[in-house]
Design a protein around this ligand. Structure first.
Ligand code: SF4
Ligand code: ZN
Ligand code: ZN
Length: 172
C-alpha cells in the first residue's frame, strides 16, 4: 500500500486483519462459498470487525464482497434487522441515532462516538470516490472493477499481476 492509499483510509483500516491478504478473497464469485468462508475466517480474527461492518453498511452501501465477516446477503439482513431493533447502547452510533429519533440531546459518549464515526465515514467516502474514478491499468482500477462486481479489464489485470509480483519480490 502506498502513502496515498494510507492517507485516504479511515484510521481503523490500519488495524484490519485483511491488510496484505489477497483482495480477491473478499470478492468471491457468486456461489463460491469456500472463498467466502475463507474471507470470513480472516474477519473473525480482525479487531475492527465492527467498524468494518458499519463502514460497509453506511450509504453508499458496499453491495459486493465480504465486509466485517458477513457476505452482502448477510449484511442486507443485518441492515433490515437493525431497523427493527429498539434499544441501542450509549457510546455507539446506533445510540446516537436513537437519541435523535427520540428528540433527546445525545449524551457525551454518543456525541463523541458519532463525531469519530462521521470523520471516518467522510474519509472513507473520499477514498471510495477515488476508487470509483481510478483509471484502468492501475491496481486501484482493478479494485474498482471488483467492487462493481465485474471482471477486471486486461489492463487492470496486468496492473494487479505487476503489483502482486512486486509484493512477493518485496517479501522475499
Ligand atoms: S472485518 Fe474482515 S474485511 Fe473488515 S477489515 Fe477486518 S478482515 Fe478486513
Ligand atoms: Zn447516549
Ligand atoms: Zn480496467
Amino acid at each position: 500500500m502506498d502513502l496515498y492509499d494510507l492517507l485516504q483510509q479511515p484510521a481503523w483500516m490500519a488495524d484490519a486483519a485483511c491488510n496484505g491478504v489477497d483482495t480477491d478473497l473478499f470478492y468471491p464469485d457468486k456461489g463460491d462459498w469456500q472463498t467466502s468462508e475463507a474471507a470470513k475466517a480472516v474477519c473473525q480474527t480482525c479487531p475492527v470487525q465492527q467498524e468494518c461492518l458499519d463502514y460497509a453498511d453506511t450509504p453508499p452501501v458496499e453491495i459486493h464482497g465480504v465486509w466485517g465477516g458477513l457476505s452482502s446477503k448477510e449484511r442486507q439482513t443485518r441492515r433490515a434487522n437493525q431497523h427493527r431493533r429498539t434499544e441501542a447502547e450509549c457510546g455507539t452510533v446506533a445510540g446516537h441515532r436513537q437519541h435523535i429519533r427520540r428528540d433527546e440531546t445525545p449524551c457525551g459518549d454518543c456525541s463523541e462516538r458519532n463525531r469519530r464515526y462521521q470523520r471516518d465515514q467522510a474519509s472513507a467516502r473520499r477514498r471510495l470516490d477515488d476508487r470509483r474514478q481510478a483509471a484502468c491499468g492501475t491496481r486501484a482500477g482493478y479494485i474498482r472493477h471488483r467492487r462493481a462486481g465485474e471482471n477486471a479489464c486486461d489492463a487492470c489485470q496486468q496492473a494487479r499481476r505487476d503489483y502482486e509480483h512486486d509484493r512477493r519480490k518485496g517479501a522475499a
